[in-house]
Design a protein around this ligand. Structure first.
Ligand SMILES: N[C@@H](CCC(=O)N[C@@H](CS)C(=O)NCC(=O)O)C(=O)O
Length: 196
């Protein structure tokens, strides 16, 4: 989702091939044998198969509202640190929280507590004095993180609403209500390799 958000924002002309994870087309596996989505093939035949790298690539094409912090700036460093926590330990906790049946030895309440301590509470605290994660305006960091926070919240929305995360919930709702989000949520017919 974050890759699509960045591509849409950057107004890159793309062809989207929606796939079924349980029936990955060979054309995709030939480009990226690791078999995860998203995979981007650029006009120059470059294959980018990490969502965060697709975001960087998209913003390098066009970044009308300066989502990307300046190279080597403190904000860039800060953004990379948050993304590292998100894509590493928080993603792991998200999977444990979202699929408790796959982790029968873990207590869901403890997983939630870890996610709160590691990530959700610190994010909420950051938003106490500023509307977005890097300051007064939207940045790549907000877009890189909100789809993951959304999944976490949606795993048990009643519980999430009870948590002391008022600012984070407001921030999340802002993105969920945005036009950009609705545009990338559009569903496409599944691509089959036999199609033109
Ligand atoms: N680090 C990768 C993770 C991609 C990833 O795990 N994608 C999931 C779907 S969201 C996937 O393709 N899983 C493969 C599968 O379920 O077969 C990225 O951010 O692009």
């Amino acid at each position: 989702m974050r890759a699509r958000l960045a591509l849409m924002y950057a107004q890159v002309d793309i062809q989207i091939r929606e796939i079924e994870l349980r029936a990955k087309p060979n054309s995709m596996l030939k480009l990226s044998p690791k078999g995860t989505v998203p995979v981007l093939l650029t006009e120059n035949q470059l294959v980018i198969d990490q969502s965060i790298d697709i975001m960087y690539w998209a913003l390098a094409q066009n970044d009308p509202e300066q989502w990307l912090p300046e190279k080597d700036s403190a904000q860039m460093f800060e953004m990379q640190q948050w993304i590292e926590i998100n894509d590493g330990p928080f993603k792991q906790l998200l999977d444990q929280y979202k699929y408790p049946e796959r982790f029968p030895d873990l207590s869901r309440a403890e997983v939630l507590e870890s996610a709160m301590n590691l990530f959700l509470s610190p994010l909420n605290q950051r938003l106490e004095n500023q509307a977005f994660l890097l300051g007064v305006k939207i940045s790549m960091l907000d877009i890189a993180l909100f789809p993951f926070v959304r999944q976490f919240a949606a795993s048990d929305s009643k519980k999430f609403d009870e948590l002391p995360l008022t600012k984070l919930s407001e921030w999340l709702n802002f993105f969920i209500m945005s036009d950009l989000f609705h545009m990338v949520m559009a569903k496409y017919p599944v691509w089959r390799d036999t199609e033109e």
